[in-house]
Design a protein around this ligand. Structure first.
Ligand code: BTN
Length: 246
């Protein structure tokens, strides 16, 4: 086992990603080490957002990787394998699990997990990667400003054991990481694309240049979202350049 080779529990920390990054600067960390906590005082999300999670209710962890076979231009494969690993875990418990590009995990139309990947890149190598995951297990009430949060408990009315779930999820992530290492990248990319939330569904998107109507048809190897417009042309967007209209 690589992911989940070691577990480090840290009570009440700022952020497992921040802690893991600090640890990497001060000592050698075994690949696949998982740093997990019950509560983050400054949990970080994508686009500079905060990640809020009630004490002891959810999974909050980061794993440290040394993905030497991945060149910086291919770093999106990390988002792909982490997203698929989370879906593999969730599909053992719920039926409708999709990836909202680039790496939000959705159950139906609601967000159940988020991923924050921070790569340390020097020239043409990824020196290390810290992949942080927040997955809502037992939380039933969320801050009002969050648009569409959901948890496994809300969906299934069951209570989940965080330690058991963490070990199960680590196993799912590990299997997907081994696919990366063995070079099954096309398979991973194809499975990622077919798991996309609202793939091939006509809908409205908000881009920097205004509203556009189109459908997601694919994601490029570098992670750009490919959208076909009604006129038949295809456009590619980077993260932050496009969002779904609600
Ligand atoms: C997002 O969807 O905005 C990404 C959320 C990522 C949250 C996790 S919780 C564990 C790890 N530590 C953090 O500070 N963030 C990630």
């Amino acid at each position: 086992m690589i992911i989940g080779s070691r577990f480090i529990f840290c009570k009440d920390i700022e952020s497992t990603n921040t802690y893991a990054t600090g640890l990497l600067q001060s000592e050698s960390v075994t690949e696949g080490t998982i740093i997990y906590t019950n509560y983050q005082s400054a949990g970080r999300g994508q686009k500079g957002n905060r990640w809020e999670s009630e004490d002891g209710k959810n999974l909050l962890f980061s794993t440290v990787l040394y993905p030497r076979i991945i060149r910086p231009k291919d770093q999106f494969i990390i988002s792909i394998f982490i997203s698929l690993g989370i879906c593999d875990f969730l599909k053992m418990l719920i039926t409708d699990c999709k990836i909202k590009w680039p790496n939000d995990i959705y159950a139906g139309d609601d967000k159940i997990a988020g991923i924050l990947i921070e790569n340390s890149i020097i020239s043409d190598a990824i020196i290390n990667s810290v992949a942080g995951i927040g997955l809502n297990l037992n939380q039933e009430e969320f801050p009002e400003e969050l648009p569409n949060p959901v948890s496994l408990k809300i969906l299934t009315r069951k209570e989940y054991d965080p330690d058991y779930c963490l070990k199960q999820l680590a196993g799912c992530l590990d299997l997907r990481y081994k696919q990366v290492i063995s070079g099954s990248w096309d398979e991973l990319r194809n499975q990622y694309i077919s798991s996309l939330y609202q793939l091939n569904t006509w809908r409205r998107f908000r881009s920097e240049k205004g509203i556009l109507e189109g459908r997601i048809v694919s994601v490029t190897e570098s992670g750009c979202l490919r959208i076909e417009e009604k006129a038949g042309n295809t456009r590619e967007f980077l993260f932050k350049e496009i969002d779904f209209c609600i």
